[in-house]
Design a protein around this ligand. Sequence first.
Ligand SMILES: Nc1ncnc2c1ncn2[C@@H]1O[C@H](COP(=O)(O)OP(=O)(O)OP(=O)(O)O)[C@@H](O)[C@H]1O
Ligand SMILES: [Mg+2]
Length: 278
Amino acid sequence: MIEFVHAGKTYPNGVQGLKDVNLTIEQGEFVAIIGLSGAGKSTLIRTINRMIDATAGKVLVDGVDVMSLHGKALRRFRRHIGMIFQSFNLVTRSTVIKNVLTSMVPDMSFFRVLFGIFSRQQEMAALAALDKVGILDKAYTRCDQLSGGQQQRVALARTLNQNPSIILADEPVAALDPVTANQVMSDFRRINQEMNITILINIHHVDLALDFADRVIGIRAGEIVYDGPVGSVTQEVLDSIYNGAPVPKVADEQTAKAAAEIAALKASLNTSAKEAQG
Ligand SMILES: Nc1ncnc2c1ncn2[C@@H]1O[C@H](COP(=O)(O)OP(=O)(O)OP(=O)(O)O)[C@@H](O)[C@H]1O
Ligand SMILES: [Mg+2]
């Protein structure tokens, strides 16, 4: 269980990233966090694994005040929380399996890490994680030969291999095209359901949030302005989260992309027609 109790974050420059946040997230929930750029989405999820330190109130994970953790205890705690980024954060010149195996490194001796000596058992676990996200066949391929969606799946497998109880994902599909974004979101969904891992996902596209998550948290200027099931998200709710601005949707981008392609096609047809005439 994750709890925010009157939690706040004031950055050194005085910006209030979070203001008096109160939340309870049960084990196994799939939560989407939505809001305008600068609303505080990254600040919110990053206070959970202490990538960012809260400056007011408390953040508790399974009853433990995360601000009380230091050194070895903090490192051990972080092992149970996977983190996924928009930019995948892979060693692209390495193979897929080596990237997945790096999640084992904190538990290994310096000597073994230095020579990249992984046990058969570790290798099998890494392969099983790749199988979970459907890219087992890419295990021995270099990451720079994979598509963006496949790379995000490697990142997801690497996180699974650490056996987390929570996955924090900061805009994991922002760099992907709409079709791939949907596929990666369904990977998250499946992992959430099959493994009962709590998933908190910051997401820019509201339609993806509503299609895949169970619960939506809307944040505006550091404050929670909506917290409830996806089914209760109305246009009014979205207007309050987005200050009345148009709601970003992946489907619109797809339509816009298709419209741009059609326009380009028409333009080139016109040019060829003119050339044929002249
Ligand atoms: N290191 C920092 N120092 C000062 N202010 C910061 C810092 N990081 C974030 N902020 C500010 O805190 C607020 C919340 O930022 P945050 O990155 O959490 O927003 P976000 O919702 O994730 O935005 P985006 O959608 O653009 O990623 C913003 O006003 C931002 O400028
Ligand atoms: Mg952010």
